[in-house]
Design a protein around this ligand. Structure first.
Ligand code: ATP
Length: 453
């Protein structure tokens, strides 16, 4: 069942994303390019933190996974073998009244009659298959022989490089190959902000195994992926595991889960975890004529490995992180009057800026110099934002709104003016509780090391 949508909340999130520099429409000054987005200074940090954490837990912290970075331009033979040239399409219907191009599953049905969701028109074309791949030409000629595609998923380059990577990494089954990178799909109807884009990033793992391990590893990876989302601040209660029914699953898959999240616009897929059997490697083996078999030295068996694939969207997860973090509460302003505070409650692990540093007054050279010392102390360890303009409360609010978990204020006590025992201490403010504690500057790296881990 789909969660109810909350249009107002989504509008506030989209507006905050633009106002504070998380996400902008691509080519905005020329009217925008539909389905493409540019990440601003904060968005790019958030996105990097997400990708880095995925890479850390999927590749660096494991013995059984290695990484790769494949090309985006893809040989047509690869995508013919994988089935994308023939079958990577959505049924498309046009509304003759408002001229909208629609995916067949977006039509609304009233009293048994299909209608256009935009204008309610009933004059619709018959569905026709629309291939979602972006085709391009490589080299000077622009004929059949020069066709190449922008990859529609990162997975295929992993399958195609399976043998090379197996040889160089000398891994034994089960083992995985991970990749983070761009993918392109000419979606009929990009919508819901960045949720359905034409250019997006994926974080994919192909985990190769013996046939008899497939179903068990499907469960294992589903659980690992749920843990991942919890560790970046998405609570289990907002995630839903959909077992994709037999009739909707790819014919070669023996089991697929969709991990869904309750976005403000409804419950939608974040990630697919699929047991794809030996379909991909077998297809490429057949089409290329090159062996993609694995040789088991103990049993002397030779076979094409099976694969379990957790495939997550970077942009969809970034959007889920922002939607989950967005909140409004009441906090006192400078004069103690309560006002609405917008706060992004990011998990410190993914927050774009970890710490704001503020001298109490910008026209006091000693406070400013001390605050800059604190910045220099912390910068090698984390992203720090130095801000000296405006009342201190306003500076806190600006950081709350972008989700900075900690704020440090350098005041006269830091200079030892009131109590020599407090010299070289600062206040450390917590974004969520707004509580402040007094800590020694020299202890800051260790405190953050613990709180940002
Ligand atoms: P959907 O049903 O929403 O079109 P899908 O099932 O086709 O998605 P997959 O092919 O399984 O998606 O791709 C794996 C992941 O890549 C998805 O779970 C999603 O996070 C991401 N993804 C796929 N298409 C898009 C898109 N158009 N925009 C943003 N992310 C996408």
């Amino acid at each position: 069942m789909s969660a109810p949508s909350d249009t107002q909340r989504m509008e506030k999130i989209v507006s905050l994303c633009k106002r504070r520099g998380f996400v902008f429409q691509s080519s905005e000054i020329y009217g925008g390019l539909n389905g493409a987005w540019d990440y601003g200074p904060l968005g790019v940090e958030l996105k990097r933190n997400l990708k880095n954490y995925w890479w850390q837990v999927t590749v660096h912290e494991r013995d059984d996974v290695v990484g790769m970075d494949g090309s985006i331009l893809t040989h047509p033979a690869v995508l013919r073998a994988s089935g994308h040239v023939e079958g990577f399409s959505d049924p498309m219907i046009d509304c003759r009244t408002c001229k909208a191009h629609l995916r067949a599953d977006q039509l609304v049905e009233k009293k048994g009659v299909k209608q256009c969701p935009n204008c309610g028109g009933k004059d619709l074309t018959a569905p026709r298959q629309f291939n979602l791949m972006f085709e391009t030409h490589v080299g000077a000629a622009t004929d059949e022989s020069s066709i190449a595609y922008l990859r529609p998923e990162t997975a295929q380059s992993i399958f195609v490089q399976f043998k090379n990577i197996l040889e160089v990494s000398r891994k034994k089954l089960p083992f995985g190959i991970a990749q983070v990178g761009k993918a392109f799909r000419n979606e009929i109807n990009p919508r819901n902000f960045t949720f359905r884009s034409r250019e997006f990033e994926q974080m994919e793992l192909e985990y190769f195994c013996r046939p008899e391990q497939g179903m068990e590893l499907l469960e294992y990876w589903k659980e690992e992926r749920l843990k991942f989302y919890k560790n970046i601040g998405i609570p289990r209660s907002k995630l839903h595991v959909l077992t994709v029914p037999d009739e909707e699953r790819a014919f070669y898959s023996k089991g697929t889960y969709d991990i869904e999240y309750d976005f403000p616009f409804g419950r939608q897929e974040l990630e697919g975890v699929a047991y794809r059997t030996d379909y991909d490697l077998s297809q490429h083996q057949k089409a290329s004529g090159k062996s993609l078999e694995y040789f088991d030295e103990e049993t002397k068996q030779r076979f094409v490995p099976h694969v379990v694939e957790p495939s997550a969207g970077v942009d969809r997860t970034v959007l889920a992180l922002i939607c989950e973090a967005y909140s409004e509460d009441q906090a006192p302003d400078e004069k103690g009057k309560m006002e609405t505070r917008i706060v992004l409650r990011f998990h410190p692990r993914v927050a774009p800026v970890k710490c704001g540093v503020f001298p109490l007054l910008k026209n006091n050279p000693q406070l400013v110099a001390k605050a800059k010392e604190v910045v220099a102390l912390l910068r090698p360890h984390m992203t720090v934002f130095y801000d000296e303009s405006g009342a201190i409360g306003r500076r806190y609010r600006r950081q709350d709104e972008i989700g900075t978990p900690f704020g440090i204020t350098v005041d006269f006590e830091t200079l030892g003016e009131k109590d020599p025992a407090l010299r070289d201490t600062v206040t450390l403010r917590d974004r969520d509780s707004m509580k402040q504690e007094r800590v020694a500057i020299k202890d800051l790296p260790a405190i953050f090391h613990e709180r940002l881990a």
